[in-house]
Design a protein around this ligand. Sequence first.
Ligand SMILES: Nc1ncnc2c1ncn2[C@@H]1O[C@H](COP(=O)(O)OP(=O)(O)O)[C@@H](O)[C@H]1O
Ligand SMILES: [Mg+2]
Length: 171
Amino acid sequence: MSTTDATTQVTVKSPDRMQELGRRLAGLLRPGDLVLLSGELGAGKTTLTRGLGEGLGVRGAVTSPTFVIARVHPSLHEGPPLVHVDAYRLGGGLDEMEDLDLDVSLPESVVVVEWGEGKVEELSEDRLHVVIARAVGAEAPLADEDDVREVTVTGVGARWAGSDLSVLQEL
Ligand SMILES: Nc1ncnc2c1ncn2[C@@H]1O[C@H](COP(=O)(O)OP(=O)(O)O)[C@@H](O)[C@H]1O
Ligand SMILES: [Mg+2]
């Protein structure tokens, strides 16, 4: 990470707030943006994406794409579609992603990739990297009950240089 990268950290205390963070994040996004979501199973990546879909105003419920690798949610108005990718089983990286033959133009979409680290960065020189971690000091393993997540959002590339991501902190 270079010192010019825009970055912010947000403490998220419940799934509802994680969704709210997604809605806020949507307000920063425009067509062509790539968002990578990192964090272990159950961290809240899909929960965040659900809020993001609401914020973008797209059709269809955002769920864990367990049986499909990617799902396209068209906009309900004039906005960009949301392409939600679960790259967990995407072994071959970008080539496989292109083979998915999504009926959508990635440069005209907002693309959100769970488990995309190290796999889909080539899609764009610019990306927003969201890392979701259990709060330091939490003892229990990730479980279904509400608990605190520390979310770090970093903008990489010219697209995000100098962006003020602190608007995401007003939860
Ligand atoms: N602060 C929190 N933020 C997000 N999810 C939380 C939080 N606390 C508890 N949870 C729970 O953790 C789970 C997150 O699941 P999900 O979003 O599918 O994770 P992932 O996509 O990272 O595997 C949900 O069951 C959610 O209710
Ligand atoms: Mg998920």
